[in-house]
Design a protein. Structure first.
Length: 312
C-alpha cells in the first residue's frame, strides 16, 4: 500500500536518524489553523478544497494549536546542537497530511514562511494515515481527528487529540505538562475509583504503594523527553516537565512519585490537585502543550489559553 503515501523530503533541513531521534508527527490541522478550509472541504468537497488551496498556495496559513510546541521543540534542538554538534538524539518533526501533494504546496510554503524545521511532508491518500507512523519511527502523534488518534493509540504510538484554539505563544524553554492516570500512568486506579469510589481508590493505592503504577499511553514519549532532559543540568535545561494530577498528595501522591523514580523519569515540578480545577496552575506554568484524559480539564486549560491535547 506504499503507493498511497507520497513523501516530500525537506532538503533545507538536516535529516535526522529516526532510530535515535524523538520523531513527532503532526497533522496539518494540528499545526496550522485550517478550520475555514476544513469547513470548505466538508461542505463543497475535495475538488473545491484543492482548488482553493492551489489558488492561495502563497498565502501562509495562520498558526494552529501545536504551532508553539513545534517552535519550542526546534529551540531544544538548537540548544542540544550548541552543546554537542554531533548529537543525534534530537527532535524530528514530520507533517502527516490527507492533502494531495498538489494541494499540499500551501502547507510546505507555510512551514517555510515561519521557519519551521519540518524534515518530511507525508501526503497520504488512504483514509487511515496512521498505518505509516511506525515505519517513520514516530514516538508522538498529534492530530485534530479523533479517529486518527484512536487508531494511533491502538497501534501502540503515543497520541493525542488537539483542539483548535487561540493560543498565546509562550516563551522558551519547552514546557510540557502531563496528567497522571490514563496519560503517564495506566488507568488502573481510575477504574477502582469508578467502581469503589474515592475511599476504595485510596485503600488500593496504599496497598499497592511499593508496586509501580502501570504504563500509560504517553509514557514512551515522556521517557524519551526525560532522556533528552538529562543531557542538561537543572539550571540550563531547555526542557521543563510537569505532572499536574487530580490525585491528592497526602493519600495518593507517594505511589506516583515512587513510580516516576522507578522509571527514572525526571519531572521538574509535580502538582497534586486533589480534584481542584487545573486551569489556574496551568495559567501559571504557561506550557507549550498539556496532555490530559479528562475533557473538563482540557476545557479548563483552553479557558486560560493553554494549548491542550486530549488522550482519549
Amino acid at each position: 500500500m506504499a503507493e498511497l503515501e507520497s513523501t516530500v523530503i525537506n532538503t533545507n533541513v538536516k535529516q535526522k536518524d529516526p532510530s535515535t531521534a524523538l520523531v513527532i508527527a503532526v497533522t496539518t490541522r494540528a499545526i496550522f489553523n485550517l478550520e475555514e478550509e476544513h469547513k470548505l472541504y466538508l461542505e463543497k468537497g475535495k475538488e473545491e478544497y484543492t482548488r482553493h488551496q492551489q489558488a492561495t498556495q502563497d498565502k501562509p496559513l495562520p498558526p494552529g494549536t501545536a504551532f508553539a510546541f513545534i517552535q519550542a521543540v526546534q529551540y531544544v534542538n538548537k540548544k542540544i546542537l550548541e552543546s554537542n554538534p554531533a548529537e543525534r538524539d534530537l527532535f524530528d518533526i514530520l507533517v502527516l497530511s490527507n492533502n494531495s501533494p498538489e494541494s499540499g504546496v500551501r502547507i510546505i510554503n507555510s512551514a517555510k514562511h515561519y521557519g519551521l524545521e519540518i524534515s518530511k511532508f507525508c501526503f497520504v491518500s488512504d483514509e487511515d494515515s496512521t498505518q505509516y507512523l511506525k515505519s517513520h519511527g514516530v514516538k508522538l502523534f498529534l492530530s485534530a481527528d479523533r479517529t486518527d488518534v484512536c487508531n494511533a493509540l491502538r497501534r501502540g504510538v503515543s497520541a493525542a487529540l488537539v483542539f483548535q484554539q487561540e493560543v498565546q505563544a509562550p516563551s522558551t524553554p519547552l514546557r510540557v505538562v502531563f496528567d497522571g492516570d490514563a496519560v503517564l500512568f495506566s488507568d488502573e486506579t481510575d477504574q477502582i475509583f469508578q467502581e469503589q469510589g474515592l475511599e476504595g481508590a485510596v485503600q488500593y493505592e496504599r496497598a499497592m504503594e511499593a508496586i509501580p503504577i502501570g504504563e500509560g499511553p504517553l509514557k514512551a514519549f515522556a521517557m524519551h523527553l526525560g532522556k533528552m532532559r538529562k543531557k542538561f543540568g537543572q539550571g540550563e535545561s531547555p526542557i521543563r516537565t510537569y505532572l499536574v494530577t487530580a490525585r491528592s498528595g497526602r493519600d495518593m501522591g507517594v505511589r506516583a512519585i515512587k513510580t516516576l523514580r522507578e522509571w527514572g523519569l525526571p519531572i521538574d515540578e509535580a502538582f497534586f490537585m486533589d480534584g481542584a480545577p487545573k486551569g489556574p496552575i496551568l495559567a501559571q506554568i504557561q506550557p507549550h502543550i498539556f496532555f490530559d484524559d479528562g475533557l473538563h480539564n482540557i476545557q479548563g486549560a483552553q479557558n486560560v489559553g493553554v494549548p491542550s491535547a486530549w488522550v482519549p
